[in-house]
Design a protein around this ligand. Structure first.
Ligand code: GLY
Length: 593
């Protein structure tokens, strides 16, 4: 296979002060021999040069952002910097993660949110771990067949407009994490977000294009007056302010989440619902609670993973796929047909289980222990062959995607936070809470909203994920923290992209553990995806060579170009500090100090 350069740059690079902010392209600074944060650190497994196909769009060997003490990577440089501001004020990684979450609601309104939900996995340097589930829930008036038309047809109501909205969880979840693990009061943690909303930020071309592309989603609702003044998206270079959102955030900062679930913001949401024909009431909001859960813990080749349990499918599916891959003593060379076959087989099997067996554990029995157990991986492996096997022959249940955002945070003590949050589609349902300044999600489509039929991501799910009042819809979000075999923090990662979150996150983990890539290469490497249904091996353009594609076709795979990847944001421990990087397919940047 032809190769381009490699020389992955661990030429490190620390600035004693100061961050190499926004830095997928941060210039290397002089190296430091600082001990890594978090106490006596175990040796960091050596990195190796990456080799990508010759015509792959990203060159190997680009540097990540490097800092000595702490690092944040998110889909908004301004939000990453907001997190660093809070760290510098004495906040810990959880404070910084909460600051980034609220800042993303301002600077990345396509996915950052207070009108949606998410999941946060925490691993403190003292060994404590936690997971916060602030997934949306179905409103009390929701029913399993609420999207079925009387003539048997289906429409777009689970995706666009007021009926698509699940009861938002983000404010409850961020506040709960802040209260439980943070050091600073919410008002200090939220100060950067409030400032960004009140004083505004300069729109860049990515922001402007994002709004312009979403015109059809935004224009019918109250957000049009904010995001499409005079009918146009804010032009690059202009200052974009959100005074109503600044007031809403200030109210949450002063009165806590009660302002959102019991106070004036709840009134505004309920009124918006009444005006637009939605079903979320004050009672739905008053009943909402974020849930603290025990993260799933597993091992992969001696590394330890902490990741999100149901109602996200992300953790279970990643663990099952990695366990299957661990049954091979080692993985074939990166990018070969054998590599693509082994990964695809593992993803296909794990998604069959995901699609048929996972749902909200408060409503359905979820066989987490079995699916994430090593014996199960061996059972599955024993049924694998040296060629493709159709999902229809493997699946015993009918199986079942998104615009989401992930950020990763590590502080100077080695505390780590992985958070993924979403409105589902870009700008969610389009519905905008007038006067309060934020979009509401369209997460109801993550249920099996049209039983037996594919959702917007082609996922077909079973009755485990049927709609019921108060139930959380299955997610693919997979915030994950990895410790090295010595028990020291190694990697904080996760991604956006519906079901492709799972495969992209797993591939970043494999790239760093099995292929020893450094962080920027691990994120830039070409990805593949299989979600059982549709029964296709998806690959990125030029991500597999023609010879590899021919071999895979000969093995019986149906190949499809595109829709093969999500995008990830990650932090990795490196000699002397931390590397941070955002997927080169995405916006954003890393910042540290
Ligand atoms: N809304 C995408 C997900 O939760 O998987």
């Amino acid at each position: 296979m032809p190769a381009v350069c490699v020389a992955a740059g661990l030429a490190l690079v620390l600035a004693a002060q100061g961050c190499h902010s926004s830095a997928t392209h941060g210039a290397p600074a002089p190296a430091s021999q600082h001990a890594a944060a978090g106490g006596a650190a175990s040796a960091i497994p050596a990195r190796a040069a990456a080799t990508f196909p010759a015509d792959w769009r990203f060159a190997a060997g680009k540097p990540a952002t490097i800092a000595a003490h702490a690092m944040i990577a998110s889909n908004s440089e301004l939000a990453s910097e907001a997190g660093v501001e809070v760290l510098r004020k004495g906040g810990n990684a959880v404070d910084a993660a909460v600051a980034v979450g609220f800042a993303l609601a301002v600077t990345l309104p396509e996915a950052g949110n207070i009108g949606g939900g998410g999941f946060m996995v925490i691993r403190m340097a003292d060994g404590r771990s936690a997971a916060f589930d602030y997934r949306e829930v179905a409103p009390l008036a929701a029913t399993a067949t609420m999207y079925a038309h009387s003539d048997g047809t289906t429409g777009t109501e689970s995706v666009v407009g007021p009926l698509a909205v699940g009861v938002p969880g983000a404010v409850a979840g961020l506040a709960a994490a802040s209260k439980t693990f943070g050091r600073l009061p919410l008002r200090e943690v939220m100060a950067p977000a409030i400032r960004l909303a009140r004083d505004g930020f300069v729109a860049d071309s990515a922001f402007s294009l994002s709004v312009a592309h979403a015109r059809g989603r935004i224009a019918p609702y109250a957000g049009a007056s904010v995001f499409l003044p005079y009918g146009e998206a804010p032009a690059p270079g202009t200052r974009f302010t959100q005074p109503a959102l600044a007031r809403t955030l200030a109210l949450i900062a002063s009165d806590g989440p009660d302002a959102f679930y019991h106070g004036p913001i709840a009134d505004a949401i309920a009124e918006e619902m009444r005006n637009d024909g939605g079903i979320i009431t004050r009672e739905d909001l008053a009943r909402y609670t974020a849930v603290r859960r025990v993260p799933l813990a597993s091992t992969y080749r001696g590394y330890t993973l902490y990741t999100m349990p149901p109602p996200s499918s992300g953790g279970v599916t990643i663990i099952e796929a990695l366990n299957i891959l661990e049954t091979y003593p080692s993985l074939p060379p990166f990018g070969t047909a054998a590599y693509a076959h082994e990964l695809t087989d593992a993803f296909q099997r794990a998604f069959i289980d995901r699609n048929g067996k996972l749902g909200d554990p408060a409503f359905v029995e979820v066989p987490v222990a079995r699916l994430t157990g090593k014996p199960y991986a061996h059972e599955v492996r024993s049924t694998m062959a040296d060629h493709a096997q159709p999902t229809s022959r493997l699946a015993t249940t009918v199986p079942e995607g998104s615009q989401t955002t992930h950020y990763s945070v590590v502080d100077a003590d080695g505390n780590a936070v992985a958070t993924t949050t979403t409105l589902n589609d870009l700008y969610g349902s389009g519905v905008f809470v007038r006067g309060a300044g934020f979009f509401l999600n369209d997460e109801m489509d993550d249920f099996a909203a049209h039983p037996g039929l594919p959702n917007q991501f082609g996922l077909v799910e079973g009755p485990q994920n049927a709609i019921a009042p108060g139930k959380r819809m299955l997610s693919s979000m997979a915030p994950t923290i990895v410790l090295d075999p010595g028990g020291q923090l190694f990697l904080v990662t996760g991604g956006r992209g519906g079901p492709r979150i799972i495969t992209s996150t797993a591939e970043v983990i494999l790239n760093t553990i099995d292929y020893h890539m450094d962080l920027a290469d691990a994120l830039a490497a070409p990805r593949i995806h299989h979600q059982a249904i549709p029964d296709q091996l998806r690959y990125e353009r030029n991500g597999l060579t023609q010879a590899v594609r021919d071999s895979l076709a000969a093995m019986g795979y149906t190949l499809g170009e595109g829709q093969a990847t999500g995008t990830c944001a990650a932090v990795m421990r490196v000699p002397g500090g931390y590397a941070g990087a955002v997927d080169p397919r995405a916006t954003g940047g890393a910042a540290g100090y």
